[in-house]
Design a protein around this ligand. Structure first.
Ligand code: ADP
Ligand code: ZN
Length: 764
């Protein structure tokens, strides 16, 4: 390809010739000076300097501070003491003009520092202190310790028993040198590497980073492309038409699990590449999606860069350079890959767009979906944002309904497979029938049948969140806050119920507010307890457990999933991490032990999260040739989120939920910001939060726009007390409110921290 460079055009020559001033944002992280300052452009930089350059400038009493050029101008600004740029940090600009524009937008939108926003576009790990990133480093690589013939024979032998080990050997056979261990672990996990090393088939060695394209990727076997179904073809056509328009378009691809979304992504990317454009693919959590990454590698070989947290900062830097140089056509990664320096960007795909992990929970608190849109809007060639999900976020679906984005549906699973039969099990009746175990009678029977037929099962214990609540075992009622409609959180010390939105508190009830019965109890059970109960009820079953405890080690996720896929266990027990896109053809039974727990979490998105999780986990059953069965155990069998999930009825759910959001003025009908205050001293934290609230109130139009302040649902984290308040309203008001809130506590006690989160997703 002739055009290997970045597509962005430098500022017009005429304008640059006249420019004598550069607008520079200095890398001093203080809000008061987080705006451009004017510096004179010295003669030796007159023709060279461009927007996006990193420069050294004098600043205040400091002789030499790093800064970023964000604008060039000829207007004589009002500068008291004109000073010159000292020199360039690097010859080439670090940012394109479009990237600078996106960073500017981020600073406005998320109320973060401009420097923080700009920093996102620099290669990860290139700290502002390090002058020049290390160009050459060593990494841990793996290579064969045995002759190729023997390796081939052993790989054949391992195929059945240990397919991942076999795959590692095959990849080493295809490579013409060592492969970085971290790259290998992306798809294989570390387990197989250790196993092969133990057997003496593989060795670790320190190697200079190999830059030969292809060494770090799958052997370039271009997998055959299936012929698209008519629905898939319509989706790809929509992307192509939008690409050719050369302006910004966004499309929601709404397809149930297994409907062929990934195949649409692959072929849409193929079309973009043919038009000389690059693609970025975001996945929620890359360590949980090795199968997806492999499919991209098989299709596009060396032209794929994977930005993975298992990569060292040096390796990330190298991938960044490969992307920037234009060598790479497709970038896959989690949230931060949205900043990858793809200069010929044409297509951004966000898979599972509803996932909360696309929102960054520390500064800058951006949402990848919003940044993606701005990136494409700010570049002259436009581009397509393709959002894929089986359960789109209500924000995105609302845009579809108000005709602000295009909509393509894949209504059926590939190969005519049906969605699994889903049964709602009323746990109140189990109690009445004398069944006090955590497995309903119908789930127990289905598990026995599956085990007898040597099929597999998944048991999901939903543990999203930390708070517990009171539940009436007889009628299923959960005490809620009358003002905020969220459930009241149960506290043991001191014993009380409280609302984590508005701060309302009450003593612990003893009788159910609905049926007046005496069975109001705190609710919650751990995966360990489930494992114990399974071993009692099904002593012959082989069990694997996947939760935060069993996956602390790097690569552990993947090991567990691989072992389950290889048939090493009959039952997989886990938290929501097992619900993600894995493909287990052997699974015929899925049981959700407590389908409603997330309903009662103090979050206005509780119903949406519940629906998403249940729909997703139901998608795990029946991926093979045998039809699947799903059991949703619940104390709220009539709740619309649970009914809709069981009926695979997204549209029904979304309509009802949107109506409720409109009534309560929550997103997508309002903007939402959260001010979080934390620190060691509980009283200082609380009084700071109250002061911030006062500041907000001074600019808000009505008291309903402010919720709180109150203790946050996660009241204490790492020894710090936490308080929060929410601001609801139109975008402008919310921003003004948040700014006023921050302003009011600018002079606060040094031990108390305050953050504002615009478009907040996590309300913990
Ligand atoms: P999703 O991403 O929606 O879960 P996938 O793209 O993974 O769906 O498709 C599900 C399965 O169907 C995969 O095994 C995929 O290879 C296969 N598949 C997808 N599209 C086609 C097609 N047009 N013809 C045949 N098989 C297909
Ligand atoms: Zn309340």
């Amino acid at each position: 390809m002739a055009d290997q460079g970045r597509e962005e055009i430098p500022p017009k020559l005429t304008e640059r010739d006249r420019a004598t001033w550069a607008e520079v944002v200095v890398d001093v992280r203080v809000a008061e000076v987080d705006h451009p300052f004017h510096y004179r452009i010295p003669a030796f930089l007159q023709t060279k300097l461009r927007v996006g350059h990193r420069v050294y400038v004098p600043f205040g009493p400091r002789q030499r501070v790093e800064g970023f050029v964000v604008g060039l101008t000829s207007d004589a600004p009002d500068v008291v003491r004109p000073r010159d740029i000292i020199e360039l940090v690097e010859e080439e600009p670090a940012f394109t003009e479009a990237e600078v524009a996106v960073a500017e937008w981020m600073a406005e939108r998320y109320l973060c520092l401009r420097v923080q926003a700009l920093q996102c576009f620099l290669p990860p790990g290139s700290s502002r202190r390090r002058r020049r990133p290390v160009q050459e480093r060593t990494v841990q690589g793996v290579s064969l310790a045995i002759p190729p013939d023997e390796a081939r024979r052993i790989a054949d032998g391992l195929e059945k028993r240990a397919p991942r080990q076999a795959e590692v050997l095959r990849r080493l056979l295809h490579a013409d040198g060592p492969i970085p261990a971290a790259q290998m672990a992306v798809s294989a996990g570390y387990g197989p590497l250790r196993a092969l090393e133990g057997k003496g088939y593989l060795r670790y060695e320190t190697v200079r980073r190999l830059r030969l394209p292809g060494v770090q990727n799958m052997p370039g076997t271009a997998a055959e492309r299936p012929v698209l179904t008519p629905d898939q073809q319509r989706a790809v056509d929509a992307v192509v038409a939008a690409l050719d328009k050369r302006s910004f378009t966004s499309i929601l691809l709404h397809g149930v699990t297994g409907s062929g979304k990934t195949e649409v992504y692959l072929q849409a990317i193929g079309e973009a590449i043919q038009r000389g454009r690059q693609a970025i693919v975001l996945v929620p959590e890359i360590s949980l999606t090795p199968q997806t990454v492999d499919r991209f590698r098989k299709r596009f070989g060396d032209k794929v860069a994977v930005l993975h947290s298992a990569l060292g900062s040096g390796e990330r830097y190298d991938e960044w350079q490969r992307i920037r140089s234009g060598e790479v056509d497709v970038v896959i990664g989690a949230r931060s890959a949205i900043f990858a320096p793809a200069g010929r960007l044409g297509l951004i795909i966000i898979d599972e767009e509803h996932e909360a992990s696309y929102k960054q929970e520390e500064a800058p608190r951006y949402h990848a979906r919003e940044v993606a849109e701005q990136r494409l809007r700010m570049q002259s060639l436009g581009g397509v944002l393709l959002l894929g999900s089986a359960t789109p976020s209500l924000e995105t679906y609302h845009m579809v309904r108000s005709k602000r984005i295009d909509y393509v549906v894949l209504p059926e699973r590939i190969g005519g497979r049906s969605l699994p039969a889903t049964e709602i099990v009323d746990m109140r009746e189990e109690l009445l029938a004398g069944n006090r175990t955590m497995f309903s009678r119908s789930l127990t029977a289905a598990l026995h049948e599956a085990l007898a037929r040597r099929e597999q099962a998944i048991l999901l214990l939903n543990r999203r969140g930390y708070a517990s609540f009171l539940l009436c075992r007889e009628c299923g009622a959960v005490p809620r806050c009358h003002a905020c409609e969220v459930s009241l959180t149960y506290h043991q010390q001191p014993l009380r119920l409280c609302c984590h939105y508005c701060g309302y508190e009450t003593s612990v009830l003893t009788a159910c507010p609905q049926c007046k019965g005496p069975y109001l109890r705190p609710f919650g059970a751990g995966t360990q307890r489930v494992e114990l109960e399974v071993s009692k009820a099904f002593p012959a079953a082989r069990v694997l457990r996947m939760d935060r405890d069993t996956t602390a080690r790097k690569g552990a996720h993947y090991d567990i999933l691989r072992r389950f896929a290889a048939g090493e266990a009959d039952i997989l027990i886990g938290t929501q991490m097992i619900a993600k896109g894995h493909d287990f053809p052997g699974v015929t039974v899925v049981g959700v032990l407590n389908a409603d727990i997330a309903l009662h979490f103090p979050d206005f998105r509780a119903a949406e999260r519940t629906f998403q999780l249940l729909a997703q986990v139901a998608g795990r059953a029946g991926r093979g040739d045998t039809a699947g069965r799903v059991f949703l155990q619940t104390y709220s069998p009539d709740h619309y989120a649970i009914r809709a999930a069981a009926a695979h009825d997204y549209v029904g759910f979304a309509s009802q939920e949107l109506e409720y959001r409109q009534q309560t003025s929550y997103p997508p009908y309002a903007e939402l910001a959260r001010i979080l205050v934390w620190g060691e001293d509980q009283h200082k934290v609380a009084s700071t939060a109250k002061q911030a609230a006062k500041g907000c109130m001074s600019v808000l139009n009505s008291p309903e726009q402010l919720v709180g302040p109150s203790a946050a649902p996660l009241e204490k984290l790492k020894g710090k007390h936490r308080w929060h308040l929410l601001i609801k309203g139109d975008t402008d008001t919310v921003r003004k409110g948040a700014e006023a809130g921050l302003q009011a506590v600018a002079q606060r006690d040094a031990e108390v921290a305050v953050a504002v989160d615009i478009g907040a997703v996590s309300l913990l």
